[in-house]
Structure formats: structure tokens, C-alpha cells
Design a protein around this ligand. Sequence first.
Ligand code: 5AD
Ligand code: SF4
Length: 453
Amino acid sequence: MTRKLFIKTYGCQMNAYDSARMADVMAPHGYALTDTPESADMVVLNTCHIREKAAEKVYSELGRLRELKRERAAEGRPMIVAVAGCVAQAEGEEMIRRTDAVDIVVGPQVYHRLPEMVAKLAREAKAFDTEFPAVDKFDTLPETKSVDGPAALLTVQEGCDKFCTFCVVPYTRGAEYSRSVVQIEAEARHLVELGVREITLLGQNVNAFHGAGDDGETWGLGRLIRRLAQIEGLARLRYMTSHPRDMDDALIAAHAEEAKLMPYLHLPVQSGSNVVLEAMNRGHTADEYRKLVGRIRAARPDIALSSDFIVGFPGESDADFEATMDLVREIGFAQSFSFKYSPRPGTPAAAARKQIPEDVKGARLEQLQALLNEQEQAFLRRCAGQEFDVLFEKPGRYDGQLIGRSPYLQSVHVAARGQKIGDIARVRVVQTMPHSLRGELISEAVRAAEAVA
Ligand code: 5AD
Ligand code: SF4
């Protein structure tokens, strides 16, 4: 009997990858994906705990699901609700006590056991597992059967040992762990066989990757990228999220020499103040970040940089905040993500005495976002008139239109009759939009004529 599975994903791309793998795990047990909770026999909320707002969203969704569950039970069509991801890991059994909507709580390291947990519900009222097992879940996950378009995610590294004082990740995702090169390459080749042309290598701290190579040595991310770039049919590679401390020479050199590695780097700096960086336990100064960016830009001058920022970290003074603004002005980011500091239970910074008032955080965030938005617009404007290769990922709103990504990760809308999703075409940017670009196909004929002229 086919049952329907609805998965709602919150938070980062690591969660998006895990959601796809949970679908793979449940498929052999007769569960097929569906688009709405109303049509589902099982709902999984794959949750995020990074900021308070993200965790709150989960509880309001659970409130809605509770009602739906009741209606379904009255109709004699029971529905299973599972909470996965970082809220599940952080709150564990407490979630089951807090709301009766939840049947299963499953942590990010054990979702391969979901089918057993569903089976357990026939015998017991609730199922709960947030272990960090010694056995690697990646060894037991089934192969992906289908992919969602030509751009895919591939987790190569999980967890984090950095313990930034604001961050829950080391607690919810556990210690740093890298998959083996053999395992990653096999998954990448399989994705390419399924039609994938671009792979984004994922990790909470992806450039801390130190996986076992097939030569008995430990490989870094730069070396892994060079190996994967040899896969025929794979056109593009990206990776995220990186830590400034782990940007080694081999990875920087890969940006200079490996054509398949796209010129985009998400390299969070969080703050431009050394005092705040120290209190955050980031392990680098603002000047070290500046120098690092200099080295990366020397290797790949056109690289688009993006970053995360936190404003209103405990103790952040006006001068500290100004140091962040100065750093942003100096570096120039193509894209960025910025947040008000959100105290997370159990992290050192949450207990700091000098918490910053909400209105100060709000005002700083507004100022920073105005500057970051200006820089994003400036980057988009610089793309106007440029030509680059676009990988088409999905249909656009209009007939014959396709939407793809530039090498710098911007969405590009193109009137692309004759092209298919998965094609890579040469495009000239003709217009910039608030967060994306519009381009025109450059036909072979035009290119040939231009070459003669
Ligand atoms: N408050 C605000 N932002 C946070 N981030 C992580 N923890 C917190 C927190 N407690 C941000 C950081 C990180 C991004 C994924 O989320 O900027 O890089
Ligand atoms: Fe969190 Fe810092 Fe680790 Fe990034 S490096 S996941 S911000 S602890």
C-alpha cells in the first residue's frame, strides 16, 4: 500500500539534504512524497534551532498539525507526526511531553532509523531517538532514486568543534566528522548518472573537511574538489559553509586552477570588531579576515563573496558595530545574511551579562542591511552587459522562459526557447532586478560574428 509522506524543511541546506535522504529512507517502506500535510499519512518537520524564531516556528506548526491530527483520527485515518533536525536534538523527549501532536522525535544522526521508529508506534505510543551513534548513518542510507533538478546537494562533512559562543551547532550536530572520499565520490557519480550537473558540497564547517582518501591519506577539501572535478558530465562544483580559519592554500589554489569550481564563496565573518570576534571565540581577527580575502581574490579576482553577520552580540558597543560597517565597506559582499543576536539555551553567550537591548539590535541590523543591500545591488549592476554560462534549473513564469544560476549564484531569467532544464548556455545580462538578473541567450551565430569582428 502506498502511503503519503510530507516533509517540511526549516533552516539550512544541510537540512534540505537530510530531508531528501529521509524521503529515500522511507520510500522502500511504501511512503511516497506529497505536497501538503492534509494529504499525508506521515508528516516530518525537519527543524532548525539556530535562532529563537526558527524554533518558535516549529511549535506553531505543531499547533496546526495537532488540529489536523484530531480531524484525521476522527475520520479513522491516523496521521504520524515526526520532528527531526536540530530542535529534536536539542529538546529531545521534552517535545513529546510539551505537545501531544508529536509521535516521533528523531535526531539528525539517526534518521536512517525512521522506519524502525514508525514500526515501533504499533507497539508503543511514542518513539524517541537522539543518539550520536558510533555507526555512520551514511553507511546505511539507501541510494537516492531521483533528483530534484540538475543542481544537487551532497553532505561531505557534519558537525563542528569550533564552539563559537553564540552557536548551538556543536551541541545539536555534534563533533566534526568527515565522510570518506570513496563514499562521497560514489554519491557524486550516482547523482551525475541521474542527470545532475552541479553539486554543492555541504558541511556545517565544510572546509574543515578531512576525509579518508583512497590512498590511506587524509584529504582536505581542495583535494576532494579536484577529484570530483574529474567526473565527466559534472559541470560545476560549489561548497558551503566555510570558516575563515580553515581556508587553506590547497583550497584557495583550487579556486585559481579548477574551472569547474564556481567563483562564489560563503565565508562568514560575523563581526568586524576584534573584541567581539574574541568574545565569539571565532579564532581570527578582522585583519586576518581582510588578509585572507586578499589571498582569495588574488587567486580568483572575480570571486563573489558572501557572509553572515550577527549584530547585538553581548557587549557590542557602538564602536564595535562601526568596525563591522567599516569591514563591510572595505570588502564589498555580493550577498549576505545578517541577524540580530538570539540567545540560545546552553551556549556561553546566552549567559553573558551585557545583553544588548532589542531596539539597539534592531537599529543596527537595519543600518547593516541597508549597506549590504546596497552592495548586492552594486554587484548585480556590475553584472549588466556581462556574458556568462547559466545552468538552467527550472521553468520561469513565462512561456519559453527558464531560470538558472550564474557562476556567481544569482538567479538569471532567460527567454530560452530551444533550451532544456539541465542545459548550460552562454547568456548576456540585459537587466538587473532587485535580487536577480535577466539575460538573453547568445546564439552560436552571434558569437561567431563577434569573433570575426
Ligand atoms: N543568534 C543570531 N544568529 C546566529 N547565527 C548562529 N547562531 C546565532 C545566534 N545565536 C547565525 C550566524 C551563522 C548563521 C548560520 O546563523 O551568523 O553563521
Ligand atoms: Fe556554529 Fe561557529 Fe561551528 Fe559555524 S563555526 S557551526 S558558527 S560553532
